[in-house]
Design a protein. Structure first.
Lengths: 332, 457
């Protein structure tokens, strides 16, 4: 099949993936608050309700616990629900269904059932949505065996990983950074998948490895371009999946560069970068480290409403530049 | 390993203490838990028990003087354990071992510790014996290169040793490296040839060669002669493979390392240089070890009988047959960049993973010394003209009446392993499978073991 490549936005790529899933598999349906006529809080579902009907693009009442419960139950019966949260922050309301039901059922019933539910979480700061609508809670769910947790960073990846998630027999949680929705990139037409659990080297480099997630991949790449002019050759690893984590790619990269910087938007303490750091310290890559491992993560504070303060609480390109320079020159 | 008895911390803010009284004498047999000594601080007096059973020796903690907390005050030797305690070793060249925190068993236990103070005990011994700051990578590279970490100046924060510091220590001018590495050994030995050497000169008679003591120890000295194009530092990786208890001296051949850069006329001329160097050191009986071209030199020295060689070990020796990889010799001498050098270095070994970065960098640093490589090119032309070994040591080996062992790699691409066939019956032959021209690097543990066995025999 001829798969022409177009420039699509991240949001369009998600919508296209969901349309392909709806078209090709009658077990697939969408659920979420205001995803029908309104088109979704971030206009990701768009006109899918017109194309596939209100039976397959279902508006739910304002109850995340209820909606998630219906989705998990439907998945147990063999359907393939894709459930959208308006904001990832509202995962807190649905924790029982996600953590105690979806993640546990296959295990507790001895493999007699699986829970092929996909949950989509618009996440992150930068939209002036304040403390209850700006968090990055992926590490919370990454802590739960039984879930798969992914953070695609490009339109290409989000389409391929969403389709991989729909095909996956287990619950997959997708964290989509809100500032990524409008970013554009090449996306082939038609069906393809990008594997869950495999990191991607976005830029090869000699001097230092940045392991980044989601929007931080783009900030790391921007920093790498500046640093290249300074003679510092940075490798950027897009982690893509935080559970199960692709340890091998990170270990091999650190063995090559001898330096590791983790950049992630979630709160620094006990976050994704903390896990990557500890994993490297325990691995064979330890004997290759020529500098301390450094994390750049979110500040230890609720996200402020004030836009300048909001920016200051998450890593920005100048923070990455400063961290890399101090590491690469051996002054840290 | 003898167990260390330290001055324990018995008070939260105690930095030093005094031993008011020893209850045992030097050489006494003690049982674990026996009372050893009493310490006094401003606030308390405390009786300290033996942390292990054995013989107490090297009591250095004298009564009535201030001693820092955590300092060793004596050592307890297990039955049959002999020799000086590991302190010298610690100060020497095994950074990897130094890293290991002292086992809890080596802490003197104070029977009178209150439970509240008990955790403090763990503080002193959990500190690394070696206080050098270094990155994990620097520690590993230094260990592989046989460099003592504490002698390398660290350029990182608070003097942290990083990869680049280890690499520059590897490639520093020879004399500086030597002085930095083994100050005690250099100073404690007769100065005959450790004095600053005259600039390159042509010598009519025997000229003393550059040398370094790579290890000190008890027993018969082992003297090491490197191969063509290398220098005495090329032995260091092997020394990192295990503990070495014998004194170990390495020489630089003429026109190699820090030795005078003349082109000797023949093997006898080089042997005379070696003999002059050994005579100046008054070593007594030795085990002589040579690698490749150095093997031919070692065999010649042994056969001439001027030096007191009691055993001979030849690693991938030259002089057993006519054929040698001439392309390698020419390419190696000419290579100036990493790109042109690496293909030749890979031919040296069976698996290129053993070529460490410091080794490559050290070789590159030599390649940058065009005067050195020019002199070596002359040696190559003289001794390996047209890819042929122009000398033969088989006759020498047949006449020797000392133990001789030949160690080769089955996959040697420089000198074919088949040349070690047909040696005299008394000569022992070790053939390592999947090994190239550098058994002392590729099979460092086994080769070191063989050499130490020979030195002890």
């Amino acid at each position: 099949m001829d798969q022409a490549v177009r420039e699509l936005s991240y949001a369009q790529a998600i919508q296209e993936a969901m349309a392909i899933a709806l078209e090709s598999d009658e077990r697939v349906f969408l659920m979420g608050e205001d995803i029908g006529v309104y088109g979704g809080a971030f206009q990701v579902t768009g006109d899918l309700v017109e194309r596939f009907g209100a039976d397959r693009v279902i508006d739910t009442p304002i109850s995340e616990l209820g909606g998630a419960g219906v989705a998990v139950g439907a998945a147990v019966t063999g359907l393939r629900p894709i459930f959208e949260f308006q904001f990832s922050d509202f995962a807190t309301l649905a924790m029982e269904q996600i953590v105690n039901q979806a993640a546990k059922m296959r295990y507790m019933l001895g493999g007699a059932v699986s829970v092929p539910v996909v949950m989509r979480f618009p996440a992150g700061s930068g939209t002036g949505a304040a403390a209850q609508h700006s968090q990055s809670l992926e590490a919370w769910l990454g802590h739960v065996p039984g879930l798969k947790v992914i953070q695609p960073a490009t339109p290409y990846d989000v389409k391929g990983m969403l389709l991989a998630a729909v095909a996956d027999p287990d619950p997959v949680m997708i964290f989509e950074h809100k500032l990524l929705y409008k970013t554009k990139g090449p996306v082939p037409e038609g069906y393809y998948t990008v594997p869950i659990g495999k990191a991607e080297i976005r830029r090869e480099g000699r001097d230092l490895t940045i392991v980044a997630t989601s929007i931080m991949v783009h900030k790391a790449l921007e920093a790498a371009k500046t640093l290249e002019a300074e003679g510092i050759d940075v490798e950027v690893v897009d982690l893509r999946t935080i559970r199960p984590m692709d340890k091998e790619t990170v270990i091999e990269s650190v063995k090559k560069t001898s330096r590791l910087l983790c950049v992630y938007e979630g709160v620094k303490t006990l976050g994704v970068g903390a896990e990557v750091s500890a994993m490297i310290a325990e691995s064979e890559a330890f004997d290759f480290l020529d500098a301390p491992i450094v994390r750049l993560g979110g500040a230890e504070t609720p996200i402020p409403y004030n836009p300048e303060l909001e920016k200051a609480t998450v890593p920005q390109v100048p923070d990455i530049l400063a961290a890399v320079r101090s590491l690469a020159t051996g002054s840290r | 390993m003898p167990v260390e008895v330290i001055l324990p911390k018995v008070d939260m803010d105690m930095a030093t203490g005094r031993i008011s009284r020893w209850y045992v004498d030097e050489g006494a047999a003690v049982k674990k838990g026996d009372l050893l000594f009493e310490i006094e601080t401003d606030k308390a007096a405390m009786e300290i028990d033996a942390p292990a059973s054995g013989t107490i020796r090297d009591i250095t903690g004298k009564e009535g003087i201030d001693i820092a907390v955590g300092e060793a005050v004596a050592w307890i030797y297990a039955e049959g354990e002999a020799g000086k305690p590991a302190k010298d070793v610690v100060a020497e060249a095994k950074p990897v071992q130094n890293l290991a925190p002292a086992a809890p068993a080596s802490v003197a236990t104070a029977s009178a510790f209150s439970p509240a103070l008990a955790p403090v005990k763990a503080v002193a011994p959990s500190m690394p014996l070696n206080g050098t700051r270094a990155t994990p990578l620097a520690r590993r590279l230094a260990a592989e290169a046989g460099l003592a970490l504490e002698t390398i100046a660290g350029s990182g924060p608070k003097g942290r040793v990083m990869r680049k510091d280890v690499e520059s220590a590897m490639t520093a001018p020879k004399r500086e490296v030597k002085a930095a590495l083994w100050p005690d050994q250099i100073i404690s030995r007769p100065p005959a040839s450790s004095q600053p050497r005259p600039a390159p000169q042509r010598s009519a008679g025997a000229a003393p060669l550059n040398f370094a003591w790579l290890r000190q120890g008890e027993g018969r000295p082992i003297v090491l002669i490197h191969g063509f194009g290398a220098d005495l530092n090329s032995w260091r990786p092997m020394l990192a493979a295990g503990p070495v208890d014998a004194p170990l001296l390495a020489l630089d051949l003429p026109a190699h390392g820090g030795s005078p850069r003349h082109t000797p006329a023949d093997l006898d001329a080089i042997a005379a240089d070696v003999e002059a160097t050994l005579a100046s050191l008054d070593l007594g009986p030795i085990l002589l070890v040579g690698h490749s071209f150095g093997g031919a030199v070692a065999a010649t020295v042994a056969a001439r009988g001027h030096a007191d060689v009691r055993a001979l070990a030849l690693i991938a020796p030259a002089g057993l047959g006519p054929e040698i990889n001439g392309a390698f010799l020419q390419g190696f001498v000419r290579a100036k960049s990493e790109a042109s050098l690496m293909p030749w270095l890979r031919q040296l070994v069976a698996a290129e993973q053993v070529l460490s970065k410091p080794f490559v960098n050290a070789t590159l640093a030599q390649a940058a010394d065009s005067e050195l490589r020019t002199a070596q090119g002359e040696i190559s032309d003289r001794f390996f003209a047209d890819g042929t070994q122009t000398f033969d040591i088989r006759g020498l080996l047949a006449a020797l009446r000392i133990p001789v062992r030949v160690i080769v790699g089955a996959n040697d691409r420089i000198i074919p392993a088949s040349q070690s066939q047909g040696l005299p019956g008394e000569v022992a032959l070790h053939v390592f499978p999947a090994t190239g021209h550098m058994p002392q690097v590729e099979r460092r543990e086994q080769v070191l073991k063989i050499l130490l066995e020979m030195a002890r025999a």
